[in-house]
Design a protein around this ligand. Structure first.
Ligand code: GLA
Length: 382
């Protein structure tokens, strides 16, 4: 799969630019548990996957840079000075953002040509944007010998997302995409930005992603609003971030905030605790606890944090009704995208059939189902 993407971008690059490129592969990610905890300086449990972006990139002697989005058949040419975010810039803004944020760091970069292609379904909550940002920051760092560490590169990617895509995201997606380890998930502390890898083997069970194929237009605004609520409550509590608060701390200011804000902050504190419990359950191979933590997480995301949607709730209800699924929840920012499910290997085919049919009957359109492998983070291919 990755090999095909790499060949595609390499061939297209050579045809258009008549030189040999560097090739970077940067993966998307899943997240086992810990949703909306990253920007609260809490814990998350993501993993890089075997789907991502392949980028062919090389220096250019011309006085503009050219990037070709192979999947879309779109070419974008831009000058390196006076970079600004574009209105409705789509994929272009992630690249402009990376270049601009490198310039903010005082890094000297020259013109380049790039061709990229990817196989992460867009809007699925599998971080195609982080993969794209990381592929460019990694490629440009390599081409122009900028000497950035991976830790520095992911901050550039995150700033590109904040300032050029307008999403005030945490660090989870960029971290997982950059630092992923084969067959492992990373218990990431988003305050220290350091992680502990856990080898993942769910024995008789495996992960299955089910995509609602829904993406809400206002998801970015709703995401930024959630972040503001968390910051407001932290300030009232006198803590740096909700990571530092307990449920009893929150109880004390319950009457100073709205019920909705209280529930949101409570969700974050509880979800952060669930991540730690999840890590402990992995160490004990305690699958039933893993499963029930996933269901609890979904419940919190849906009822307290209000970031689910009808289609996601439907999929989780289907999972709850199946004897082959021990846990499921929505994954990523929310308002659409995928659920992540822990499904008995022997029952996978049956569950796939059943959920696909029921989803179609309910919504009149298809959901998509993926199995993913936990994989290595952003790396040079050649
Ligand atoms: C998006 C953001 C991440 C994280 C998740 C929710 O994927 O980019 O930083 O906040 O949502 O957990």
């Amino acid at each position: 799969m990755i090999a095909n993407l790499v060949k595609e971008v390499e061939n297209s690059f050579k045809k258009q630019f008549k030189t040999d490129p560097l090739i970077v592969f940067s993966p998307g990610r899943i997240n086992l548990i810990g949703e909306h905890t990253d920007y609260n300086e809490g814990f998350v449990f993501p993993a890089a996957i075997d789907k991502g972006i392949a980028l062919a990139i090389q220096k250019s002697e011309e006085d503009i840079s050219k990037v070709f989005a192979l999947n879309k058949g779109e070419l974008y040419e831009f000058a390196l000075d006076h970079i600004k975010p574009l209105k409705n810039g789509d994929w272009r803004n992630y690249i402009l953002g990376v270049v601009a944020e490198l310039q903010v760091l005082g890094k000297e970069i020259g013109n380049f040509n790039g061709v990229f292609s990817g196989n992460i379904p867009g809007g699925a909550g599998m971080s195609s944007s982080a993969a794209l940002e990381n592929s460019f920051v990694f490629g440009i760092n390599e081409l122009f010998n900028l000497g950035l560490t991976k830790e520095e590169m992911i901050l550039v990617s995150q700033k590109a997302e904040h300032n050029y895509a307008g999403v005030k995201c945490g660090i989870m997606d960029q971290y997982a995409s950059m630092f992923g380890i084969k067959d492992s998930a990373l218990l990431l502390d988003c305050r220290t930005v350091t992680s502990k890898p856990y080898k993942i083997d769910f024995k008789d069970y495996d992960l299955m992603l089910i995509n609602t194929n829904v993406k809400h237009d206002l998801a970015e605004t709703a995401y930024n609003d959630r972040r503001k609520v968390c910051e407001k409550v932290s300030e009232l509590l006198g803590v740096v971030a909700l990571r530092d608060a307990s449920t009893s701390d929150l109880e004390k200011i319950k009457h100073d905030i709205s019920e909705e804000d209280y529930q949101k902050a409570l969700y974050v504190i509880e979800e952060n605790n669930r991540v730690k419990k999840f890590a402990a359950a992995i160490e004990k191979d305690d699958l039933s606890t893993l499963g029930s933590l996933l269901f609890q997480s979904h419940d919190g995301l849906s009822v307290q944090y209000l970031v689910s949607c009808t289609e996601l709730d439907f999929l989780v209800t289907q999972a709850q009704g199946s004897s082959d699924v021990i846990g499921a929840r929505m994954m990523g920012g929310g308002f659409g995208g995928c659920t992540i499910n822990l499904v008995r290997k022997s029952g996978m085919e049956a569950f796939k059939k059943e959920v696909s049919k029921n989803f179609k009957d309910e919504f009149g359109r298809a959901c998509s189902i993926y199995e993913v492998k936990l994989s290595q983070g952003t790396h040079l291919v050649n």
